[in-house]
Design a protein. Sequence first.
Length: 210
Amino acid sequence: MKYEIKYLENDFPIEESADENWQLAENLTINKYWSGTDAPPGRHFETRILWSETAVYVRFEATQREPLIVSEKANLKTKTHGLWERDVCEIFLAPNKDEFRRYFEFEIAPNGEWIDLEIYQMPDKRETDWDYSSGMQSKSVIKKDRILMAIKIEWKAFGKIPKSGEVWRGNLFRCVGAGKTRGYLAWSPTFTDEPGFHVPERFGEFEFVK
């Protein structure tokens, strides 16, 4: 799987979730569970990604036809541990495609809560840097039957700036619902026995293009 990240000449505030700049990005619809089976339309989501000389921008637009599973009081000042236990959209990015087991995880919830992590997923265990601080910016807007969630991450969070034509590895996910009907969607299905996202071997490709 491959997605082309289009180049953005001028940066814009992440708060502008409906900004026309997002229309420059290719719209990617994700409609499969981690298992590869079809997810119901009420759980589908779309992603648009852009890059500039200073940052990468990611927007999720999720269909929402069931009760939200979010914190009663949103914490927008610091990262929220355990965010993956509630409704959330995620992107994993591995800047070095030859060392794709080392990657960064960014999550955003419908209420604007977020978390950023640095991961090293080995065959038999996982190391997580819980203190990793990307400086990511987030913005969420809840509308009728849909949610807009956007994040902006400056390149200093990755320690490098991509060049046109460069390929990073990664994946996109959504967790939605609760209990036995909880759904786990994935751009590139991981095909694990139980719902699981941390499978670097199943990462797709993100190509930065101008």
